[in-house]
Design a protein around this ligand. Structure first.
Ligand code: NI
Length: 388
């Protein structure tokens, strides 16, 4: 079955919504214009309930099917926020706000779910309810977590949840998914090394925090190479090193480092957190300095439930004929994971063709993917809850 014909008819309208969002990017929870437009459109479609302000600026739109014999509820989720990037696409509908850009295609996700909502509200060819979830702050703010904390899943009795993300490098209209861990957990750490600053020509009178920090950075590499099973995925990266000296002849008193940890497995995550503490404190002690680690857990692993994954893949196959069911997991993170931690469901990639990668200033969502994405959302609901 190809994409639904209705989405070929709706393509100009959905594309216009997408380009309007693209021109007006908003960051994190500050998606007021986007959320208001989403709510306005959902009301114009005749959705049965449209509620704003869930998880601060999220929007929920409920569409009831022709019947409700089993009380089934399927959640479909899209993200609405943009990134602090200066756009370099040159498209006529480029960002009107310098330094803000839809560089991850969330404009496309929101528009595709709106298209599905319009179709589902028109046809209502299912038995149960669809809950369309438009979330803020996917890019680091935990908007998905805030919507879950706000009781969104229990308030509307959502039983399963499905999310989609476009992916450059996969042909337009092709899908990719895998059961189990699909995206990584992303944690962050800050290390503060304190020694004894002083004249750079008198190192013997100092405790040199730059040398201690260099040893710590090298020793942290042994977590991935020597401590964790090579068959498990892990990243430990030190990304900033900052001292309290700006002079070429002063040994700094304090060095601060920041970095990220990516893991796919809770046991590995626990181990790495503990091991960073041991390495940092032990290395500093051996070299006569003091060091402390502030470790902060971020988005958890995005885990696709096997049965829901097989179902999502089957619907993708019907929509496009092309689905990779064993795609490699990515070490990026996704806060849809907070919803998948509460309800079974799945997260799927939709091809964006041969474009710049997401988060690049030249990235752009490919509008020709819209019929595939909207069809997938709509068919997930219709196929999961067949009309009685
Ligand atoms: Ni994204």
């Amino acid at each position: 079955m190809p994409p639904k014909n209705r989405f070929a008819e709706l393509l100009p309208e959905i594309t216009a919504w997408r380009r309007d969002f693209h021109e007006h990017p908003e960051l994190l929870f500050d998606v007021h214009r986007t959320a208001a437009r989403v709510a306005e459109l959902c009301r114009s479609f005749g959705c049965d309930e449209v509620v704003e302000g869930i998880g601060r600026t999220g929007v929920v739109a409920v569409i009831k099917g022709r019947s409700d014999s089993k009380g089934r509820v399927v959640g479909l989720r899209a993200d609405m926020d943009a990134l602090p990037i200066r756009e370099q696409t040159g498209v006529p509908y480029a960002s009107k706000t310098p330094g803000k850009m839809h560089a991850c295609g969330h404009d496309g996700h929101t528009a595709m779910l709106l298209g599905a909502a319009k179709y589902l509200a028109e046809t209502r060819n299912f038995d149960g309810s669809v809950v369309c979830i438009f979330q803020p702050a996917e890019e680091g703010g935990g908007g998905g977590r805030e919507m879950v904390k706000d009781g969104m899943l229990s308030r509307w009795n959502v039983q399963e949840v499905y999310g989609m993300h476009n992916m450059p490098g996969i042909p337009v209209g092709h899908f990719a998914i895998r059961p189990g861990a699909m995206m990584a957990a992303a944690d962050q750490f800050e290390i503060v090394v304190t020694g004894k600053g002083g004249h750079a020509a008198k190192p013997h009178d100092c405790v040199d925090t730059t040398v201690v920090s260099a040893h710590i950075i090298v020793a942290l590499q042994t977590i991935a190479s020597r401590n964790v099973d090579p068959l498990k995925q892990i990243v430990v990266s030190v990304c900033t090193v900052e001292t309290d000296s700006t002079a070429h002849n002063v040994i700094p008193q304090v060095v601060k480092m920041k970095g990220t940890v990516r893991t796919m497995d809770a046991k590995v995550q626990d181990f790495v957190e503990a091991r960073i503490g041991q390495i940092v404190e032990g290395t500093a002690l051996a070299l006569g300095a003091r060091a402390e680690v502030h470790y902060q857990r971020g988005y958890p692993v995005t885990v696709n439930a096997p049965e829901n994954t097989a179902f999502a893949a089957e619907v993708a196959r019907r929509v496009s004929g092309h689905v990779d069911t064993a795609t490699a997991p990515l070490m990026g993170a996704e806060d849809f994971s907070f919803m998948l931690n509460e309800r079974p469901g799945a997260y799927i990639f939709l091809g964006n063709g041969d474009t710049a990668m997401v988060h690049h200033p030249a990235y752009n969502f490919d509008d020709s993917a819209i019929p595939f994405g909207s069809s997938w959302y709509a068919e997930m609901a219709e196929t999961r809850m067949p009309a009685a």
